[in-house]
Ligand binder design. Structure first.
Ligand code: SF4
Ligand code: SF4
Length: 376
């Protein structure tokens, strides 16, 4: 069993049952049952190891209805998220994986994206842009930015900004692959490792030295997970777009000239903030926009609540995901801001969806969407 690797974590939790992970866990806040916390899920893990609990649809539901937001890990001394991913791997082996996960995995294998979109259409957004195929800086768009109808124009804006600051990025177009974070999240660890090896060869072939991405899932996966698997041969510098933007503004390469008299609040994506500690760069970019007033939500930085879109929950239980999103959106509206800004395509899409479905008088923007208005 995959979770046996984490047996010390599981027994440590089961012996202490301190409960520090509970109150802010988004799935617990929805369901109110202990099995929907990290503590409860680790208890299921112990039951599976000892044979007291058999894999079942009920156990699968509790394991998969989690956003993998990492709030529990921040509150705990254990490797909670790795245990939760391994648990998914064991449930999958027993055949109780939700069917939506099987579709996502099939799509990844067949079309190199989790959204069942054709591979050939991945790079259609570059039409009319003059982008090189090989060079020192690679722009890695990722699946969500490439295909989401809620993020139209985002990838083009990023490329134009990178060109403006002199980075002249290359782009892999239909050769771009899914970073495969979904395999990782769904417990397909062996398949993930194979994809990482294959993807490494594609990146190496592009002759880049730096990879820039706007997706926190891609950022974490390409920077951390790939390095852990590939070791020192994986010697690329990986940056999130907000890090590049912050530096370019400071260096005077990017001038923000258009005044935007508005009040906004910033939502920390779990995978950029809590997991990768990129908290201040996006805030500094927003503050650099003339006339903008940035206000904080009650829960920010390490304490930020999840948008509901992580952990594949949006596919597994969209009602629950959007209810989590609703709570976060209310926190944003409470600040008196006119818009919520984020730097993750999945967070932004989830907020935009909720706002559209419920006709809420509030706006959600990707940080680059906001920035291009200020560049003029
Ligand atoms: S998961 Fe961590 S914080 Fe939660 S009960 Fe177990 S030991 Fe305590
Ligand atoms: S990752 Fe997030 S949703 Fe999952 S158990 Fe931890 S706090 Fe709860």
């Amino acid at each position: 069993m995959k979770i046996e690797k984490y047996i010390d974590n599981i027994y440590t939790c089961n012996r202490t049952r301190c409960g520090f992970c509970i109150d802010e866990c988004p799935s617990y806040r929805e369901v109110g049952v202990d099995f929907y916390t990290s503590r409860g899920r680790l208890m299921i893990g112990r039951g599976l190891i000892e044979g007291v609990i058999k894999p079942s649809p009920q156990a699968a539901k509790a394991i998969y209805e989690c956003t993998l937001c990492g709030y529990c890990e921040y509150k705990c001394a254990l490797e909670n998220v790795k245990v939760l991913e391994a648990l998914r791997g064991d449930i999958k082996e027993s055949g109780f994986e939700p069917e939506q996960c099987r579709y996502i995995i099939a799509s990844l294998h067949n079309s190199e994206n989790p959204y069942m979109k054709p591979k050939w259409s991945r790079g259609l957004w570059i039409r009319g842009l003059n982008i090189k195929k090989k060079g020192k800086t690679l722009y890695f768009a990722g699946c969500t930015v490439s295909y989401s109808s809620y993020l139209k124009g985002n990838a083009r804006n990023i490329v134009k900004i990178l060109q403006k600051i002199g980075l002249n990025p290359t782009y892999l177009a239909s050769n771009e692959f899914c970073c495969s974070a979904f395999l990782h999240m769904l417990g397909y660890e062996e398949e993930f490792q194979k994809k990482v090896e294959r993807n490494y060869r594609v990146i190496r072939n592009s002759r880049c030295e730096t990879i820039v991405t706007s997706c926190p899932f891609c950022y974490l996966t390409l920077k951390k997970e790939y390095s852990e698997i590939l070791g020192s041969k994986y010697d690329f510098k990986v940056l999130h777009i907000t890090q590049v933007l912050k530096e370019s503004i400071e260096d005077g390469k990017l001038n923000l000239t258009v005044e935007m008299n508005t009040t906004v609040t910033y939502h920390d994506p779990c995978h950029l903030g809590r997991f990768m500690r990129v908290f201040e760069e996006p805030r500094e970019v927003i503050r650099a926009i003339p006339g903008i007033n940035l206000v904080e939500m009650r829960k920010n930085r390490f304490d930020s609540h999840c948008c509901g879109g992580g952990g594949v929950l949006l596919a597994i239980n969209p009602g629950m995901a959007l209810s989590i999103n609703s709570k976060r959106l209310s926190e944003a509206i409470e600040t008196g801001a006119e818009a919520i800004i984020s730097s993750c395509p999945i967070c932004v899409e989830t907020f935009k969806r909720k706002i559209k479905y419920e006709n809420i008088k509030f706006k959600a923007y990707d940080i680059v969407e906001l920035l291009v208005k200020a560049v003029g």
